[in-house]
Design a protein around this ligand. Structure first.
Ligand SMILES: Nc1ncnc2c1ncn2[C@@H]1O[C@H](COP(=O)(O)OP(=O)(O)O)[C@@H](O)[C@H]1O
Ligand SMILES: C=C(OP(=O)(O)O)C(=O)O
Ligand SMILES: [K+]
Ligand SMILES: [Mg+2]
Length: 646
């Protein structure tokens, strides 16, 4: 609802007319001369803004309303002095003064919960009645402020370094024995973890529940905003748990038995259990059995019933539940195992668990076709009455590569799961496949996570290899939404250090990309077909372009479903994107998107009101300052505005 300015005279503040946040209309008329003859006020033809502080504007309006009700002009004495802080939009010349209000306006029908605005030049301009409440909330300046919710780490980063240098690449940490205590989780949150991932390949449901609840507790009590991702086991072929040993060495020339037999007592020596019933039927003598994508290799030399006898040809460490593939004539063999369901019965149990625990994302392992994703998404929506869970397709098999575009199109995001991918395709193809997936996800507007072995050596050592840093840099340069730690954070010796490497490398490389003006080489194909979607897309493309050209400090997006926020992130603009949403769940899910800083805020359909309110709140919290330039986009109004923070 646009403001309707009443006075067109410079030098007069006007009460305007507009809708309050609840949608009902407030009607006020009358203009107030500025200054009471003391000559202190000299208002040029510029917009004025009422700053929260002292006795707020809402209180004054309430008094005006009161005095009108009482029809008692003397009662309006109190209301005749409006203490306002007029902040010139140009020049930031904040001037305090006293505004004399003539006798309470006869027609004034101000509502204490409504909104009202001033204009000195007749241009449409709204302020709001909630200013007092905002001021009260924001003066406290704490994460628990009722006005706006942002995670405490981002808030500190914004205050310390300003908008421009906030990290754009998001960080996912796999939680395992090395990081499951409250203190360890908090250290990761402080270190910049945006998403905590739990891998259902390992641990019990009780263990995972404990982690989920600790993350929740951290968010609620300490003001972090860590989202949760649950990763399914999937129907991969993997070894058993080595009878409790943390690892076992397989030496060149040794013979080992791989079997589907179960053992009640101790596992016989040189014996490995395999989880896949059809193992001995599928595999042939002469095949190569590859552990963890090549960490150890065996040649199959004999088959005796369920037992497969293998000769070690590449020595190495066998780790519990390590993944197994077998190769024939230089290709991965997918026989009956290709018929295994993508979502196993264990996975369905875990998915139910994830839904009931309210995780933000579910990642599906070894996705082969789009159907399984569609099926899961409809299952999730049938199980949830409100909100949703983002479904991520892990691209980690030859089958997923065959149907890549279809799979990504129906998913809410994708993961380049290089661990298993590198076991299924020749290693030298992994980098180009990664690039292809990252680019495709950007074109299709889906967040993408680059995962596995980013800083593998940091499982054991406090410093990464130079090659690892180069690999991390490449993923950042490709503009992936997120980077993921696996073993480095789950069971490594230096989880926090590994996270800190991802953080510092991200900041450095992102700066480099900005210096190289990478955002200018943006070539995005048109994504949408329907007119409303095309409008949204063009709105975001234009907003991002304007932001880049004008060198603004931030893009603000007010969104109820996150779609425009993701479209803006897709443009990978030069400045950060502040995404305001009224939904807690959406705020958590937006955590994974490149360059997006999610805020939770109650807002109305009145954009002007929302904008002023966010300005006031962010300023009061020290996250923005007067003079900062912002491009504001709204999916409710489908508009772009350029605003300078008053
Ligand atoms: N919940 C857990 N409990 C015990 N160990 C875990 C857990 N999560 C991860 N790990 C350890 O961290 C390693 C790396 O994690 P991840 O990459 O997610 O699994 P994987 O290597 O099995 O694909 C695992 O191999 C396992 O040793
Ligand atoms: C991330 C991966 O999946 P998981 O850790 O579950 O094997 C991977 O294979 O790279
Ligand atoms: K998994
Ligand atoms: Mg995998």
């Amino acid at each position: 609802m646009m403001a309707q300015a009443v006075s067109r005279m410079p030098g007069f503040l006007s009460l305007c007319e507009h809708a309050d946040p609840s949608g009902s209309r407030i009607s006020t008329r009358g203009s107030f001369p500025l200054g009471s003859g003391d000559g202190r006020w000299s208002i040029p033809s510029q917009r004025l803004c009422i700053r929260p502080g002292g006795r707020g504007f809402a209180a004054i309006c309430a008094s005006v309303k009161n005095s009108r009700r009482k029809k008692d002009s003397s009662a309006s004495d109190d209301t005749q002095k409006l203490k306002v802080m007029a902040d010139y939009r140009e020049g930031n010349d904040a001037t305090a003064g006293v505004l004399e209000v003539p006798e309470a306006e006869k027609d004034a029908d101000l509502r204490s919960n409504g909104a009202v605005g001033f204009s000195s030049n007749g241009s449409s301009h709204l302020s709001e009645m909630a200013v007092e409440r905002i001021a009260q909330g924001s003066e406290k300046g704490s994460a628990a402020s009722p006005g706006i919710e942002v995670d405490s780490v981002t808030e500190a980063e914004l205050k310390e370094n300003g908008f421009r240098s906030t990290r754009r690449t998001k960080l996912v940490c796999t939680i395992g024995p090395a990081t499951c205590s409250f203190e360890q989780l908090e250290a990761l949150a402080i270190g910049g973890m945006n998403v905590a991932r739990i891998n259902m390949c390992h641990g019990t449901q009780a263990w995972h529940r404990d982690v989920i609840r600790k993350v929740r507790q951290l968010n609620e009590e300490k003001g972090y905003s860590v989202a949760l991702m649950m990763d399914t086991q999937g129907s991969e072929i993997h070894m058993g748990d080595l009878g409790g040993a943390s690892s076992v060495k397989a030496e060149d020339g040794e013979d080992w038995v791989f079997t589907v037999r179960k053992f009640d007592e101790e596992l016989p020596s040189h014996t490995i259990q395999v989880n896949y019933e059809g193992f001995s039927e599928d595999i042939k003598i002469g095949d190569e059995l590859v552990v963890d994508g090549g960490m150890v290799r065996f040649e199959v030399i004999d088959k005796i019933g369920p037992d497969v006898k293998c000769h070690c040809i590449d020595s190495g460490l066998l780790l519990p539940r390590a993944n197994l593939t077998f190769w024939r004539d230089g290709q991965v063999v997918r026989e009956k195992n290709a018929m295994l369901p993508t979502i196993s019965s264990k996975d369905w149990i875990d998915i139910d668990f994830g839904i009931s625990e309210g995780v933000d994302f579910i990642a599906i392992s070894f996705v082969k076709s789009p159907d399984v994703i569609k099926h899961l998404k409809s299952y999730i929506s049938s199980r949830l009455s409100t909100g949703t869970i983002g479904v991520f397709a892990k691209i980690e098999s030859c089958d997923s590569l065959k149907n890549l575009e279809e799979i990504i199109t129906v998913s809410d995001g994708a993961m380049v799961a290089r661990g298993d991918l590198g076991a299924q395709i020749p290693l030298e193809q992994v980098p180009s496949v990664q690039q292809e997936i990252v680019h495709l996800c950007r074109q299709l507007n889906k967040p993408v996570i680059v995962a596995s072995q980013l800083l593998e050596s940091m499982i054991e050592y406090p410093t990464p290899t130079r090659a690892e840093v180069a690999d991390v840099s490449e993923a950042i340069r490709q503009r992936a939404d997120a980077l993921m730690l696996s073993g480095e954070s789950a069971m490594g010796q230096y989880p926090e250090k590994a996270l800190s490497v991802l953080r510092t490398v991200s900041l450095r490389i992102e700066r480099l990309c900005r210096e190289e003006k990478q955002h200018e080489s943006m070539q995005l194909a048109e994504l949408s077909t329907s007119l409303p979607d095309r409008i949204s897309e063009q709105l975001c493309n234009s907003a991002a372009q304007m932001a880049n050209k004008l060198g603004v400090d931030a893009i603000f997006i007010y969104t109820r479903d996150g779609h425009l926020a993701s479209l803006l992130s897709r443009c990978r603009p030069d400045c950060p994107i502040f995404a305001f949403t009224d939904s807690k769940g959406l705020r958590q899910r937006l955590n994974l998107l490149w360059g997006l800083i999610p805020f939770r805020l109650d807002f109305s359909d009145d954009m002007e009101c929302n904008i002023l309110r966010t300005f006031a709140l962010l300023k009061a919290r020290g996250m923005m300052k007067s003079g900062d330039l912002v491009v504001a986009v709204s999916d409710m109004l489908q508009s772009i505005q350029i605003r300078k923070i008053p």
